[in-house]
Design a binder for this molecule. Structure first.
Ligand code: CUA
Length: 201
């Protein structure tokens, strides 16, 4: 009498085709329902959460963007901190900020409660725009102008930290954004302007 030999061509007997247990079905249903909740939260949070910015992206030549930023800085410069111009554009203006190894150019002075069109880009490699200590993060990509309508709500002297590794000086890439309450003290008169600023020159 021939005995059946398992060669590997015959499937090994198992239990996977048996109907799922009721508890398993319930858990699959709960997991699927939760997936749908999280899926719905993505667009909901974008529109209602006020956390994800709706920016306008456009292609731009990195050198041309840098030249435009320098032009902008020269137009509205009111001072300087370690060689970086402090620039105070009028409310409603187009504001330019460029990341380059290893600094942020220029230093912006904005008024709280006023809207600006902020254009951010990079002159060379990928940088990360992180406004400290607020929770604001953007990728700064060369060749792309990331334009955002911003209205600063909190006055203060903020730091821009680079949060994308961009080279040997990455950890020293610190910039400044100053937000004043309308008739804010001119930065030239601020005794802390020179000492507080991080970043090398
Ligand atoms: Cu720029 Cu890291």
């Amino acid at each position: 009498m021939l005995t059946k030999v398992h060669t590997g061509l015959d499937p090994v007997p198992g239990v996977w085709w048996k109907p799922a247990h009721k508890a398993e079905k319930v858990w699959v249903a709960i997991a699927f329902a939760w997936c749908m909740v999280l899926f719905a939260m993505m667009p909901l949070w974008h529109y209602r959460g006020g956390q994800n910015p709706a920016g306008v992206r456009g292609k731009v030549d990195p050198e041309a963007f840098y030249a435009r930023t320098q032009e902008f800085a020269a137009q509205y410069q009111i001072g300087a901190d370690r060689g970086i111009p402090i620039v105070k554009p009028p409310p409603g203006a187009d504001v330019y900020l460029v990341g380059l190894t290893y600094s942020w150019y220029p230093i912006l002075q904005l008024e709280a409660g006023k809207e600006y069109m902020l254009h951010i880009s990079s002159k060379d490699v990928n940088h990360g725009f992180s406004l400290f200590p607020l929770n604001v993060n953007f990728q700064v990509v060369p060749g792309y102008d990331y334009a955002l309508r911003v209205t600063p709500t909190t006055s203060g002297d903020f730091r821009i930290i680079c949060n994308e590794f961009c080279g040997i000086g990455h950890h020293m890439m610190v910039g400044r954004v100053i937000v004043t309450d309308g008739d804010g003290t001119p930065v030239a008169d601020n005794p802390n302007a020179q000492v507080e600023s991080g970043g090398p020159q």
